[in-house]
Design a protein around this ligand. Structure first.
Ligand SMILES: [Zn+2]
Length: 239
């Protein structure tokens, strides 16, 4: 079968590469690229994380996926030329790799990921887009708490919101009480706007440094909550 894929990660085992691949049709899958670590090999140098292409794969009797052919569509050269952009991109690929379940199609997440890579490849703000896409990923995978209603009284949250303790759910001013871990003001509007707009438009959102700082603090809390101390590793040194 031919699948649209983004390579998230890869490990070398003997002469093969074991790829973690995100596909539009099947979600995340693990694919063996036989002989791919040998030089030369039939895939050339195209089987690397970040690459978007068409993978022709088959499923063995044992249930494993194997790569038969690969057609590279986009190597995202501009991302690879900038350490900032590359770091943002690899972080996001690693996050998708760690959080998405195997073989559960998430076509919207696939499209969003591709839009993200295109945007930062063409010079979009890597910090703003990195956090906007984290919010989208959490939303698609069901990890994003409500940004509009108080988790305690279900009242509407508008101008400000608070986080109590380590659990990154939002409460209103009336329910916050003493000793809140985080107060969101400008950051709340920014989070709500990122949530509402498609990622392609998030790069143009106007924001203040305080707003972005609040968003980063909040989403980092959420990341810690979701990943539970699991570190994100970047694959390979030859990207
Ligand atoms: Zn409340």
């Amino acid at each position: 079968m031919r699948l649209e894929t983004i390579i998230l990660n890869r490990k070398v085992v003997r002469s093969d590469k074991i790829l973690s691949v995100f596909s539009r049709e099947l979600g995340k899958i693990v694919v063996v690229a036989p002989g791919c670590a040998k030089v030369p090999n039939r895939f050339g140098g195209a089987i690397e994380p970040l690459n978007y292409g068409i993978s022709n794969i088959y499923r063995s009797v044992g249930g494993n996926f194997y790569l038969r052919e690969y057609e590279l569509k986009k190597p995202f050269w501009e991302i690879r030329r900038s350490l900032n952009r590359l770091e943002s991109a690899l972080f996001i690929l690693s996050l998708v790799d760690k959080t998405s379940p195997l073989e559960l199609p998430e076509p919207e997440l696939f499209d969003t990921l591709l839009v993200f890579l295109d945007l930062i490849d063409s010079g979009g703000d890597p910090i703003l887009l990195r956090y906007a896409v984290i919010l989208k990923i959490f939303h698609f995978l069901g990890f994003l708490p409500s940004l509009d209603t108080c988790s305690s009284c279900s009242g509407k949250i508008s101008k400000e919101a608070f986080v109590k303790g380590d659990t990154p759910i939002l409460v209103c001013g009336n329910c916050a009480g003493e000793g809140t871990a985080l107060k969101l003001t400008e950051g709340l509007n920014l989070l709500q706007e990122m949530r509402r707009k498609p990622l392609a438009l998030c790069g143009r959102i106007k924001y203040t440094s305080r707003g972005l700082e609040e968003v980063i603090t909040y989403l980092e809390m959420l990341l810690r909550g979701v990943l539970g101390g699991v570190g994100l590793e970047f694959s390979g040194s030859n990207i």
